[in-house]
Write a protein that binds this ligand. Structure first.
Ligand SMILES: [Zn+2]
Length: 442
């Protein structure tokens, strides 16, 4: 074929394939349902709100959280697509040895410092940078200026937002998405996690809380129909981790029975993953003393398993303790974190999470519905870091480098819209551009 014919043909092909590379660009509504274990909605017959979402969209078997299977590490993995050693949010409680600042599950002012958040860029920051507005409701971290950017609207986190807070947020979010005031809205709901801790994952309180949440989802489904948003809006719901039952008076590891706590300069968190900074001349002694303690593992930094994608984090301490499923680590029983049950007595915690992320009870859920998703598809498991790519592709932003797998989530998409197949299309486009260039010299 002569060059005069080849060049226009290749140019047309480049334009066609380049067109396929453009991103979906529909409004997106996401829900982060804290502590919702993957199997909490197994009995769909009593959950019409969930059932409608599942029947009209996609559901995966489960989502494997990042390690540790705690909230903040996974909030950030979900929104950045990065594992914890990259985004640096390695715990709900962290200590920076350099500045001596503490991060205390978002409740202290120092938790808003950039050093905790600037390790990776969450999707809402990327969207704002591209001129797309994001409205966030009770979402932990939306009040923080990250890499110099805040979302265009942030209803600041409060402890355990009520069902009314949730339904008001849904109404406001849908209004903002419908009118174009926001391209993405993100709503956080905590009650499922709170009830799971207080009463355990198998309690009737959990079932009640899930049914309450379902009433809000019924209202969501109704409003989407009323506003005729069914073929315009994508909706995703996911959780950060699951929950397992504990017996914290029987299955408790009391550190002061094994080590002298005065040898510890700093201890962060109690429960499953405990961070210890021993005095510098005591590290080996503490490590040896804890190595023989049953029902938990102690790791120095270099020996933390690679599969946790954790040990490279800059707030990871010299010694990390990880409890076996069902076990709870604390200094002693007097320091167990009781909760105020409103009757003047201290409540025992009946459920906990944070364990090895391959432990089944730690698995989270994901479901999605909308024009870019298949209908009625039950799909295999995915990982928390995979969800970022789905959000980017449907909301119309090019994903930043991340640890998620496109191959694991691509099958969830309907393919009806101009959704990205980033690697394939960019490779083909590059190849054709190269051919076009070469053809100039044929
Ligand atoms: Zn929790």
């Amino acid at each position: 074929m002569c060059a005069a014919l080849l060049r226009p043909l290749l140019l047309i092909l480049v334009l066609v394939l380049g067109g396929r590379f453009c991103l979906g660009d529909r409004p997106l509504l996401v829900f982060l349902i804290d502590g919702f274990r993957f199997d909490y909605m197994d009995e769909l017959s009593g959950l019409p709100g969930f059932r409608e979402l599942v029947e009209t969209g996609v559901k995966v078997d489960y989502v494997t959280p990042e390690f540790p299977s705690l909230s903040y590490p996974n909030y950030y993995s979900l929104m950045t697509g990065r594992s914890c050693d990259i985004h640096q949010m390695t715990g709900n409680y962290m200590w920076d040895e350099v500045t001596m600042k503490e991060f205390l599950i978002g409740t202290n002012l120092d938790s808003r410092l950039p050093l905790w958040w600037d390790g990776s860029e969450p999707i809402w920051v990327t969207m704002q940078k591209k001129g797309k507005n994001v409205a966030m409701y009770y979402w932990p971290g939306c009040e923080v200026e990250i890499l110099g950017v805040r979302p265009s609207f942030c209803e600041e986190y409060v402890y355990n937002p009520s069902l009314k807070n949730l339904t008001d947020s849904i109404e406001d979010a849908l209004d903002n998405l419908e009118t174009g005031k926001a391209e993405m809205a993100a709503i956080y709901y905590e009650k499922i996690d709170v009830e799971g801790h207080h009463f355990g994952p198998d309690s009737h309180q959990i079932k009640t809380a899930v049914r309450e949440l379902d009433t809000a989802l019924q209202m969501l489904n109704k409003k989407i129909k009323e506003k005729d948003l069914g073929d315009k809006l994508n909706v995703m719901l996911f959780s950060d981790h699951g929950m397992t039952a504990i017996q914290w008076m029987e299955r408790v590891i009391e550190l002061d029975q094994h080590i002298n706590m005065s040898d510890i300069v700093k201890m962060m968190d109690r429960g499953v993953v405990v961070s210890l900074w021993p005095k510098h001349n005591k590290e080996q002694e503490v490590l040896t003393a804890l190595s023989g303690v049953p029902n938990m593992r102690v790791y120095d930094r270099q020996n933390i398993p690679e599969r946790f994608h954790y040990k490279g984090g800059k707030f990871v301490p010299p010694l990390t303790l990880v409890a076996e499923p069902g076990w709870f680590i604390t200094e002693n029983k007097a320091t167990l974190p009781y909760w105020n049950n409103g009757t003047g007595t201290s409540g025992w915690q009946k459920g906990w999470h944070g364990y090895d992320n391959t432990f089944n009870d730690m698995k989270a859920f994901f479901l999605a519905t909308g024009p870019d998703f298949k209908k009625g598809l039950q799909a295999g498991p995915i990982r928390a870091v995979d969800i970022y790519n789905l959000m980017c592709s449907t909301a119309g932003v090019v994903p930043l480098p991340n640890n998620g797998s496109w191959a694991r989530v691509e099958c969830l998409l309907s393919g009806a819209g101009p959704l990205p197949r980033p690697l394939l299309w960019s490779l083909l486009t590059t190849l054709l551009l190269a051919l076009l260039l070469v053809s100039r010299y044929i």
